[in-house]
Ligand binder design. Structure first.
Ligand SMILES: Cc1ncc(C[n+]2csc(CCOP(=O)(O)OP(=O)(O)O)c2C)c(N)n1
Ligand code: SF4
Ligand SMILES: [Mg+2]
Length: 254
């Protein structure tokens, strides 16, 4: 399936029909990523890493060299590849459960070390692939398989702020932003800036994308978009949190 019919075929990244549920946000995020890969003409030197979780359904989606790993481990695997082959561009794609919970240490340490890779994280407020359990990103009051009465922040805390965390621990060269499948133009812009940050060798790049999981949210189309556009932004503000050279380094360095 072609993403940009107007573009010359020689540098277009090919895809095939995706395997996500109807209405899933993963497909929208990956479509934006494919468009940015086309625009930057980087298909030939790109390695795509995906994680455990519904993100792994992308393992044969792009015509790209791809590696699939366990929770959050796509970050250290991409780090190793990048160190061995700095000429390659390495993308780690994962979910909020893998990135912020089970494999959170990898994200934290890669950001702290300013590894020159790009991490893209789909935040669908729960562990989707295993049936919708509570994740660090579950909203207060949100019902999941493991919070049937709604998440209680007194017991389990408030939703984790991933891009803000990366922005706070990241030093010079780190790029961190949060986009949403509710604003694909903005999400594409953030993905492009994140990849350009790696291309220019500045540092670690991180983009969280607010994403939809109508299957586990048990929502129809109207309820799904209402959750993305009205409920999630109450806890997750979209925008750029840290941009290299924009004066935040002084804050991060104390
Ligand atoms: C160490 C380990 N614990 C638990 C699992 C089971 N497991 C597989 S996918 C998944 C949920 C992943 O959630 P997330 O990273 O948010 O991705 P999503 O499916 O929501 O896109 C879990 C808990 C596992 N495979 N390995
Ligand atoms: S379970 Fe949710 S996240 Fe997974 S493919 Fe289906 S809609 Fe997407
Ligand atoms: Mg998830």
């Amino acid at each position: 399936m072609s993403l940009q019919p107007a573009m010359p075929r020689s540098w277009r990244v090919d895809t095939k029909p995706h395997k996500f549920c109807p209405g899933c946000g993963h497909g929208l995020i990956l479509k934006c990523l494919g468009q940015v890969i086309d625009e930057l003409e980087i298909q030939g030197r790109l390695i795509f890493g995906c994680d455990i979780g519904c993100s792994l359904l992308s393992w044969d989606f792009f015509n790209l060299d791809t590696i699939q790993t366990h929770h959050g481990r796509t970050v250290p695997v991409m780090t190793g590849l990048k160190r061995a082959r700095p000429d390659l561009l390495c993308i780690a794609y994962m979910g909020d459960g893998g990135g912020y919970s089970i494999g959170a240490q990898h994200l934290v340490n890669a950001a702290a070390r300013n590894e020159k890779i790009t991490v893209i994280l789909a935040n669908n407020t729960q562990y989707a692939m295993t049936g919708g359990q509570m994740a660090p990103t579950t909203l207060p009051g949100q019902k999941t398989e493991t919070s049937p009465y709604g998440r209680d922040p007194e017991l389990t805390g408030f939703p984790l702020q991933g891009p803000e965390m990366v922005g706070a621990i990241g030093r010079e060269g780190v790029y961190s932003a949060r986009g949403s499948v509710g604003n694909l133009r903005q999400l594409r812009r953030f993905l492009k800036k994140a990849l350009e940050n790696q291309i220019e060798g500045r540092g670690f790049s991180f983009v969280e994308a607010l994403s939809a999981c109508p299957t586990n949210w048990r929502t129809n189309a109207v309820e799904t978009w209402s959750f993305i556009e009205k409920e999630m932004p109450k806890y997750f503000k979209t925008g750029e949190i840290k941009v290299p050279g924009a004066g935040r380094e002084e804050v991060a360095n104390g």
